[in-house]
Design a protein around this ligand. Sequence first.
Ligand code: WTA
Length: 662
Amino acid sequence: MKPFRLRTLGLERQNKKKGRENVSDAFVTPGGATLSAGQYDGMVREAHTNPEVFWLQQARRLTWQTPPTQASRSDFTQDVRIEWYADGFLNASENCLDRHVRTQPEKTALIWEGQEAGQREVLSYRHLYERVCRLANVLRRLGVKKGDCVAIHLPMVAEGIIAMLACARVGAVHVVLFGGFSAEGLAERLTDSAAVVVLTADVARRGGKRIPSKTTMDEAIARCGAASAVRHVLVVPVTGADVPMQPGRDLRYAEEVAKEAADCPAERMNALDPLFLLYTSGSTGRPKGLVHGTGGYLTWAAFTHAVVFDYKPDDIFWCTADVSWITGHTYVVYGPLANGATIMVYEGLPSWPEPGQWWDVIDRNGVTVFYTSPTVVRAAMREDEAVVRSRSLKSLRILGTVGEPISPEAWHWFHDEVGKGHCAVVDTWWQTETGGVMITAAAGCVVPRPGAAARPLPGVEAVLLDTQGKEVAGAGEGLLCMAQSWPGQAMSIWGDHDRFRQTYFTTCPGHYFTGDGARREEDGYYWITGRVDDVVNVSGHRIGTAEIEDAIATDHEVVESAAVGIPHDLKGQGLVVFVVPREQDVFHPSAVNTAVAAGVGRYAVPEKIYVVRDLPKTRSGKIVRRLLRKIASHDLEGLGDLSTLADPDIVGELIATVKAQE
Ligand code: WTA
């Protein structure tokens, strides 16, 4: 057991003061929920006492080419094995398309709105099916085989979703890459995944900004050099800008799909065949490609989308997450489409060109479920209240948040101002590794408690362990772990199963360790207290501090640096860097920004940079990050015994540096 310390965030203190508070009017959804609280509790019991039967039954939400006869043969000990529905065969795109085309071909599958006024496209299930098939045929023609990786580097356009489903159709493993990654960040992931085809945009737009997707991708592929497996780049026209095309390698998306038929047989996939890789940050430098399988993941996506958000067939379901995030994978694409829902996709920002854009999207399209991040809620709270009050928002029935804790204050604002007091509000705790929601107050089934993640879903065997690895019984605080596997659990880290085992299963042997700390009330409600490892959550972006430090280390003027997260009003957490340069007098802190933007991406550029003589270290040379966090957040009480530091004087200097930049 590694010596993890439990950290308490400011938010948690705020929650503790407020104490327990149930909001039962945020529990009943207008029109009533599909599942009653009693039925839900029954599912929790059944999944606990009879998981095999329960999960085989839940798998019937999907259409299988060969139905599985066994649910789980997962094992958290020894080499670690995560295996769900191992003898089942299915295709994820068939589940999201074909079966709905058979029963409801004209139902709207996807409503897309672009950020420029008037850009709107409505695709029925039949239309979506045809567009996916055309692209799937292109991929096959380009030689993409079952098991090959295909990278998708697109903004929120319909083609991003079409590309994911087209990959699934031909058995290719999709790797969706965030538009904010630098060329270096992209290159690292292209090399690790050995992607053979890339889909990118000509240019992406983000409010008034233009993001040169194609040229950044060109640079990324060039950086991969001989290690690049990329044979073709398909360029999707988003703005229609002229971009350089490399003859033989680069192809125009629109021309290629126009050549193909609107039908394409789906590959037969084993439940354990990877559906996608998704890179995420951990406490060590290299980003890791988490591998999600087909059968378990899709079952979890369909199950959680239906149960957490009380899915009803006439829902217009809007998850605002970017598809390059796990939330986009599971709740923009796979969960709702597997269930035959109508999804809303909007390319634009909440407040560009002016505040209230997202409220207009809701009103224009009759959105019923709105799933977003606390960062978005906090930003909206700061706007003039006339913005939200001037919109109807009456189509809404369920509101959700994910990615970071939501403060009771933001929760109430969301409930009162956006939900107009009549919507269910669901906070949802989960991770890239979990595939879908794990802890939540499922709409209509569990009474929410503002600020609390609430209760584990059926089949989620959450436990708290103390720093000695002993289970905490009843009320208490500890490391949040899972005692049993669940269908949505990632199967491995791409190409490095041993890293998977070491990262998640050695801290608390026999358990999956989430990296989060949590507090549990005596009645079983969970409050997430935040990461206990060196991962910082900036506006829901998961950033590994080691990744930042590695990027800074590429600057030869830097001796060393330490990145830490501190509480931030708007972003949840802000990233702060302490940097020790070779020569303090000539070093310019902007060099840190340049190094981070180049090595990771602009989104990870720190909030504050402190140029210092040295870092606080123990006598054995370990950086005392706890001190840095406290100093950077002006929390100077209880700094602890400084005499054990190699150089106790440095603390006073650091405090002075931070004060001087206030
Ligand atoms: C944090 C996003 C509190 C947590 C789906 C977790 C949350 C990390 C919540 C995963 C929540 C996510 N309340 N904290 N509702 N949801 N987190 O992989 O620290 O991008 O470990 O997945 O975000 O981030 P990831």
